[in-house]
Unconditional design. Sequence first.
Length: 368
Amino acid sequence: MILQADPGRSYFVMKEKIDSAVKRVLESAWYVLGKENSAFEKSFAQYVGSNYCLGVANGTDAVEIILRALNIGNGDMVATVGNTAVATVAAIERTGAQVRFADIEPHKFTMSASSLNDLLAKEKNIKAVIVVHLFGCPAEMKEICEAAAKYNIPVIEDCAQAHGAEYNGRKCGTIGIAGSFSFYPTKNLGAFGDGGAVVTDNRELFEKMTALRQYGWKKRYISEFTGINSRLDEMQAAVLSVKLPYLDENNQKRRSIAAQYRSALKDLSDIELPVEPETAFHVYHQFVLRVKNNRREALADCLKKNDILTAIHYPLAIPRQPGYQEIPLTVSLTETFETNQEILSLPMYPELTEREIRTITDAIRDFL
Ligand SMILES: *Cc1c(COP(=O)(O)O)cnc(C)c1O
């Protein structure tokens, strides 16, 4: 069986180092916000090239903490895209703010700056923009930041699928005011449990977020404001410190798998391959095809019969999900909805072998 993601394999690749990191934490008798968390924060900040990093409990909290630190809440609106993981939208709503959707670019999966322009012209209450570097592909940050700057609105980067991705040579997460990361096990950098982080260059924001992460404390037991409990535990931090040095190598493997997919599938007429913009260092959290002429379900079924599991990220655009239908649509989301009917994610994880890739591309070619 060739899976969509196989986070367990990475344990066996790095078994000795991970076992010894976990043992170190267990024996230290210090399990939450200690040396391991601080060490990981330092190395992750260094890795992305930001001044500060804050370990938090998961990627959803990371988004929420950034928004709250920017004083966004009740009565405010936040713009994002409708094809993201529901977590982005859930985080916005947790602050009390309302969500407004901008469309995505044609033939891409990331926010359209011109749609954002239209949205910002219509909705005067939007106080922040959350860009999602979906599937590991950086959004067109220059145009998006220019649109937001006209209204003096900060841009937040949801980098939950873009660890190590670059836009014009800069790591995702360092271009807007702050970036959020998830270390959910299947992400490009995954823990063996939940985890997340926020990065920023802004000291004031960092200090506010540090307090928000733990009940609004600046001094222990004294809440300066209301905060939450969102901490990265020592076990996950220790595991992440083991795995971080492998991230670039694993991203290269993902890129090489993507290149093999491309060359084996490039001449097929019923599929559109994912675009890799010139500005982007794409890290292929997912390799997402668009399957034309209503052949997606049949293709997925055929692959499944060959023991190849595909996935759809995500089967319903957020504004079409039962829990989110009350969000008014201010601008047209034509591209978001059209793409939604055609997307199909092929298996993508660093440990995928050349033989497995060949099996997958042969099965696709046979079917189409
Ligand atoms: C995974 C993900 C999140 C949420 O991360 P969790 O750690 O699961 O809370 C947020 N945004 C995007 C785009 C994601 O893919």
